[in-house]
Design a protein around this ligand. Structure first.
Ligand SMILES: [Zn+2]
Ligand SMILES: [Zn+2]
Length: 252
């Protein structure tokens, strides 16, 4: 069983913790994910240049930028009620995600969650396909997240969306419902959209009853949507009343 990623400094008490914190900063100094500037995780310049998706023009169904009127990404075929993606998956935004999950920079979890919360706030002012707001804070019962594949969990040593969902839940004042489980599926990377969807559909399930719940399903990167779509279908199959999706970045 992999050990949960805990900062080295948290394992020591008091002054020793300070010392270990300084030592790890000397050995592995903090660098900006966008430009490697020292002493910051995301410098002011990279923060200002993040490629935010303008929610007004985004596809309300799959969150693709500029898909508001005609979306070539999802063609309206999507199980969730609405999807909000915060950033276009490029530049510092893409590095933010890879640095978080592959370089174990867990301090970026609240940064990713803050990006999602910001986009949700903006999206609450724009309609979903059914005419209701794309995000309705008062209507959501809990945040849930797309679980890592068993292979990714073993490789990284943590379920990478859990800390992001926890931070997002704290921002929104919502509990986190850890209800999705995922088995192995073939490697998705070489598959087309329909093949991806079929491949993953059988590998995701909701392990708890979510009858009557309105859930906000969150993931880091939304590409074809096959993974998130399968998770949304699994939640609806276990009785969820409503599923809305959110992603930190969107590939398009
Ligand atoms: Zn920078
Ligand atoms: Zn779309």
């Amino acid at each position: 069983m992999p050990v949960r990623n805990q900062p080295l400094s948290d394992r020591f008490p008091g002054s020793l913790r300070l010392l270990v914190g300084s030592a790890s900063e000397l050995l592995w100094p903090t660098r900006c994910v966008g430009c490697e500037k020292p002493a910051t995780l995301l410098c002011d310049g990279c923060r200002a240049s993040l490629p935010w998706i303008e929610q007004r023009w985004a596809c309300p169904t799959c969150g693709a930028p500029f898909g508001y009127l005609t979306c070539t990404e999802c063609h309206g075929d999507w199980p969730a009620r609405a999807t909000v993606a915060a950033l276009s998956h490029e530049g510092a935004a893409a590095r933010l995600v890879t640095c978080y999950k592959d370089a174990h920079e867990l301090r970026l979890a609240p940064v990713l969650a803050a990006a999602v919360a910001t986009a949700l706030d903006e999206a609450s002012g724009w309609p979903a396909a059914d005419g209701s707001p794309r995000f309705e804070p008062g209507d959501v019962d809990a945040v849930t997240f797309v679980p890592a594949t068993p292979e990714a969990y073993a490789r990284r040593g943590f379920d990478h969306m859990e800390p992001v969902a926890t931070a997002l839940g704290a921002f929104l004042g919502l509990p986190v419902a850890d209800v999705l489980a995922r088995g192995s599926a073939s490697d998705q990377r070489l598959l087309g959209r329909e093949e991806r969807r079929e491949n993953i559909r059988g590998s995701v399930r909701a392990v708890d009853d979510v009858s009557g719940m309105s859930l906000l399903l969150v993931d880091d990167v939304l590409t074809t949507g096959s993974t998130m779509g399968a998770c949304a279908e699994a939640l609806l199959a276990r009785g969820a009343r409503r599923v809305s999706c959110a992603a930190a970045t969107r590939v398009w």
